[in-house]
Design a protein around this ligand. Structure first.
Ligand code: PMP
Length: 363
């Protein structure tokens, strides 16, 4: 143990949502609903399934380590050059690659209070110093973040929309922030939930790396595209940054099934449209129920919403678990009275609402 790096010894592990099978077995419940990991509730789409089945019988070969097909498809869809793309085992791998490529123990990493839990973990793992900036209305305080940057700062993380608060920064304020960053600071703009943002509110972020060579935009197939289990995400950056990230990554970091599935997912416009429709309807369903219950929630641009249960949220979380509903307590995000609920299908949302009412009424 003493051999581990100091940062690693102090790591508090990322806690994933409780697995459905485990809870079902533990409690002997016939049905368990998981609204805890911001996953897509629709199940795998037909086009993705067909692509996986077509790839399946032959798994003896290594995948295409350059991800040629997926990069070409992303390039066509997003109007970015293939040379600006880095593929990863989930977008979390891109975040990690940026850390390993650019950040060492003498550096500081700036991010917001209530921002995604992986940022402090990745920072500690490389032994760098986290500079956590107090949030403004649960969202990023960009002015305060700029003011926190020092000579030692190497990287700033911005999650837009942010998880677990769902807060969104406007495209123009974000671009002014990025343009104001000094040359020795890189910025990761984490857009894992980009597709859920209303079209009129979306950033112009993919055009920015050409103007701001220190910017890396990350996106994922885990959420709106429904491929969380396959682990595939990507970064868009200047060609120079992409070249470095691609040198550092493992040669076969994106597996064959994930590459095929992601390419198919990009062609399935119906699945994406249905996902967004179900998400919008589910958001209204949940927030109307919160309103009926007299609970405040943080308006969210993602596929989840954090609600203030006006008491320590952990016992509420535990009581919901006993009823077979898995949500996410966010006490480790310094939000001890909030629960984060991922938007499910109408039926799943209703089961959660019924259970929440019972728990709050002590039934
Ligand atoms: N960024 C944010 C803000 C997230 O919430 C998540 C997933 N929880 C990720 C990145 C990583 O997702 P993945 O590795 O599945 O792409």
């Amino acid at each position: 143990l003493e051999l581990a790096l100091a940062g690693v010894q102090q790591l508090v592990p990322y806690v994933p949502g409780k697995p459905v099978d485990e809870l079902q077995r533990e409690l002997g419940l016939s049905e368990v609903v998981k609204l805890a990991s911001n996953e897509n509730p629709l199940g795998t789409g037909d086009k993705v399934l067909a692509a996986i089945q077509a790839t399946m019988p032959e798994l003896t070969r290594y995948p295409d380590g350059s991800g040629f097909g997926l990069k070409a498809a992303l390039s066509a869809k997003l109007a970015v050059a293939p040379s600006s793309i880095t593929l990863g085992n989930g977008s979390s791998e891109i975040l990690e690659l940026v850390m390993r490529t650019f950040v060492s123990p003498e550096h500081e990493v700036v991010f917001s209070q209530h921002a995604f839990a992986l940022y402090p973990i990745l920072t500690q793992a490389v032994g760098a110093q986290a500079r956590i900036v107090p949030a403004k209305n649960y969202g990023h305080d960009l002015q305060a973040m700029l003011a926190t940057i020092s000579d030692k700062t190497r990287l700033v993380f911005i999650a837009n929309p942010n998880n677990p608060t769902g807060t969104l920064l406007a495209s123009d304020e974000l671009e002014s922030f990025i343009s104001a960053l000094p040359a020795h600071v890189l910025c990761v703009l984490d857009e894992a939930y980009y597709e859920f943002v209303a079209p009129s509110d979306r950033t112009e972020s993919l055009a920015w790396p050409q103007r701001y060579p220190n910017l890396i935009v990350t996106r994922t197939f885990s959420k709106a595209y429904g491929l969380a289990g396959l682990r595939i995400g990507y970064g868009i950056s200047s060609d120079d940054v992409a070249d470095l990230l691609n040198r550092v990554r493992q040669p076969f970091n994106s597996n064959m099934l994930a590459l095929a599935a992601a390419e198919a997912a990009l062609t399935d416009a119906d699945y994406l449209a249905k996902t967004l429709a179900v998400n919008n309807a589910g958001m209204t369903q949940l927030t109307s129920a919160f309103e009926d219950l007299g609970l405040d929630w943080i308006p969210s641009s993602g596929n989840f919403v954090s609600v203030d249960v006006k008491q320590n949220a952990l016992p509420v979380y535990e009581a919901l678990l006993l009823k077979g509903i898995i949500v996410r307590p966010v006490a480790n995000y310094e939000m001890p009275q909030h629960l984060r609920i991922s938007i499910g299908t109408e039926r799943e949302n209703q089961m959660f609402i019924t259970a929440l009412k019972q728990v709050l009424q002590g039934v």
